[in-house]
Design a protein around this ligand. Structure first.
Ligand code: NZQ
Ligand code: ZN
Length: 391
């Protein structure tokens, strides 16, 4: 642990089957005007909407709604939500859904009392809010992003074909509370479940594949990765298995609540390329990551060989005996690839709608970050993207 850092995570979590019982306790801390934010209707089908609304009414809240928050929420939807929250004089934004709904609520939160254009201010200039923010609470229904306990918010601008995430430095943008009931995730379609599982796994990888010092965060990451692999195999065969789904939910939160990035420079290039693929295709986030991962990791393996070998041995149980470091490291990636195929992840970007004419634009839209084992050049991103079409 050679780095300097601070650590603070103010989100209060309620976990388990009974966790919604604590929504009333939390609601008492805020004023009367609540904006309930949700997606395309899954919470109405599985009954979560009725449960939440009844608790809001029992607590005498005035409810306004922002419904129809789409996966990969857009700038236009953001402007619509800001208007609703302003007119309702919101005291609390209650996000009930997955990462998209929770990210969106944070974007509304920092924009309600802001006179600047939020896309330009927060997603292009990466400024911090200088206005009063509206608190966000979350009832999570989809596992993967970690948005329930972090300050990240990803918004897509379809006009400019940019999908950009801002991880706010201001911790008060993190949800004040999040309710994590694994039962709520049982109605997820298989496609979303496995996309979320890969999102969790890749969040850990993005932080693990950086640095060369002996770092406690890496040992925590290895434990989390082993837990995700184990539970994912059970959930893939038996999606209604509460134990596996609850472990996945808890691992997802710890994968991206800033803990395992402490002391690390962190990579995040798969997310940068994956998000740009998402901006062009509107594909499911976790699948965009799965589709670009192998070409990316094969490309950077020589620059981070020692870490890739450690990953193979400690996460995938590869026996290094009689193998060169490179062979061990490559066997680790192959084990990861075969686990990804077993889950049924999308392994190439053409299946997500990427065509040759998009490659240059996707590469241009991939923000280059310096924390991983190799700072990529534009041409390397083009090469990785081309390979990702035919994995
Ligand atoms: O809209 P509804 O009808 O609710 O359906 C959703 C949506 O279609 C459905 N769903 C959610 N819970 C369900 C359910 N269906 C049945 N039963 C349930 N219990 O699942 C679909 C996907 O939901 P979404 O919220 O889009 O998924 P996810 O949680 O993967 O969020 C993706 C967004 O989060 C961003 C991504 O870029 C993307 O925009 N990310 C946010 C991060 C953060 N805040 O730190 C980090 C991530 O890397 C990621 O970039
Ligand atoms: Zn992600």
């Amino acid at each position: 642990m050679l780095g300097n850092f601070s650590y603070c995570n103010p989100t209060k979590l309620y976990f388990g089957n009974d966790s919604l019982n604590y929504l009333g306790t939390e609601l008492q801390k805020y004023g009367k005007n609540v904006v309930l934010i949700y997606g395309g209707g899954s919470i109405k089908k599985n009954g979560i909407y009725d449960e939440v609304v009844s608790i809001l009414k029992d607590n005498d809240k005035n409810i306004a709604e922002i419904s129809g928050v789409m996966p990969n929420p857009t700038t236009n939807k953001l402007y619509e939500g800001i208007d609703i929250a302003r007119r309702h004089n919101a005291d609390l934004l209650l996000a009930v859904g997955g990462g998209s709904v929770c990210d969106y609520a944070k974007a509304v939160s920092v924009s309600v009392n802001c006179s600047d254009d939020p896309w330009e201010k927060y997603y292009i200039r990466f400024e911090e809010p200088d206005c009063t923010i509206v608190p966000v609470g979350c009832v999570l229904t989809m596992v993967g992003t970690g948005s329930e306990m972090n300050a990240g918010s990803v918004i897509t601008n379809p006009l400019t074909k940019q999908k950009i995430g801002h991880v706010f430095a201001d911790k008060s943008i993190m949800p004040r509370f999040s309710i994590l009931n694994p039962n709520y995730t049982l109605s997820l379609p298989h496609y979303q479940m496995v996309a979320g599982i890969y999102d969790i796994f890749n969040h850990i990888c993005e932080q693990y594949f950086s640095g060369e010092d002996d770092c406690t965060s890496d040992y925590i990451s290895e434990g989390l990765m082993r837990s995700v692999i184990h539970s994912s195999r059970i959930a893939n065969k038996d999606p209604q298995n509460y134990e596996a789904r609850s472990n996945l939910m808890w691992a997802a939160t710890w994968a991206l609540n800033t803990l395992v990035s402490r002391g690390k420079s962190t990579d995040w290039m798969i997310h940068m390329i994956g998000q740009s693929v998402g901006a062009y295709t509107n594909a499911t986030h976790g699948m965009t990551l799965a589709a670009v991962s192998l070409p990316y990791y094969r490309h950077i393996l020589p620059y981070g060989l020692a870490k890739f070998k450690r990953f193979a041995v400690n996460v995938w149980n590869i026996d290094p005996e009689g193998k060169s470091d490179k062979e061990t490291a490559e066997a680790g990636l192959e084990a990861m690839a075969s686990w990804m195929r077993e889950l049924g992840l999308v392994m190439n970007t053409s299946e997500l709608g990427v065509t040759d004419d998009m490659i240059e634009g996707i590469a241009d839209g991939s923000i280059i970050l310096p924390g991983g084992y190799k700072v990529l050049e534009h041409d390397e991103i083009v090469k990785i993207l081309k390979e990702s079409m035919y994995e």
